[in-house]
Design a protein around this ligand. Structure first.
Ligand code: AKG
Length: 240
């Protein structure tokens, strides 16, 4: 899949680019099957390399709810296939660098009623090391319909050109966020997505999402890519 010059310009101007229909409905169906009952399975028997962060609030039936599952490619063969597919890697190669490595893949199931907000932040606040530069790129793929009501991503267009801002560390979640909790920003752009859509965004663009107070789950998966050699521990596998 090749990008038009308009799409590339839009990515450079805004720091993000939405691609509709990146992944087929069949693949989304397979992911749902592979992740069936994932909250309970991760409580009972999490694979050693999979790291789970839990929501503060439990579900109404008192079950624990996943906020973020790191290394989701290890629990879903379809996610593993998608992250290395030409559909994604071709676009990453055009937007980031011709050489592409996997940094990580994470599932973000912002569950109905309990999914917390993600305060405004730049991913590079987490990823900065002495030996790397902010070359990494994300692709968040929608598994469920994502709307403002269930907490789709919001971006501050052009903020990737402001450089890395000062972030605060939240002790409870180990999160790095811009000062203040999530709040509506006038300059924020909300990006609703349908299952299979994907949004590519730079590691410096400011983004966040509202809590999911709706009755609808908002499952998404973010694939993060890096340039081989850009940070010793930030390359999991060279893809191209
Ligand atoms: O899923 C969300 O709401 C936040 C995700 C995010 O910040 C990210 O993937 O970098």
């Amino acid at each position: 899949m090749h990008l038009t010059s308009q799409e590339k310009e839009s990515y450079e101007d805004n720091g993000f680019l939405l691609k509709r229909g990146l992944v087929s409905a069949e693949d989304i169906g397979r992911i749902r099957q592979e992740l069936n009952d994932i909250h309970r399975r991760m409580v009972a028997d999490p694979p050693p390399e999979v790291h789970v962060a839990w929501e503060d609030e439990d579900a109404p039936d008192e079950r624990k709810v996943i906020r973020q599952l790191m290394h989701s490619e290890l629990v879903s063969p379809t996610l593993d296939g998608i992250l290395r597919s030409d559909a994604l890697v071709d676009i990453v190669a055009e937007l980031m660098h011709p050489q592409v490595a996997l940094y990580h893949s994470k599932l973000l199931p912002k569950e109905a009623g309990v999914g917390a907000a993600t305060p405004w932040h730049q991913d590079y606040a987490y990823w900065k090391r002495d030996e790397n530069r902010p070359m990494m790129i994300n692709c968040q793929m929608a598994i469920d319909p994502m709307t403002l009501e269930n907490g789709c991503l919001e971006f501050i267009p052009g903020s990737h050109r402001w450089g890395l801002q000062d972030h605060e560390r939240h002790e409870e979640t180990f999160g790095m966020f811009l000062p203040g909790h999530y709040y509506k920003r006038d300059e924020g752009v909300t990006v609703p997505m349908e299952p299979g859509d994907g949004i590519f965004f730079t590691s410096l663009v400011i983004h966040g999402s509202a809590p999911n107070r709706s009755p609808h789950p908002r499952w998404a998966n973010t694939f993060a890519y890096n340039v081989p050699g850009n940070g010793a521990h930030q390359v999991r596998e060279i893809l191209r």
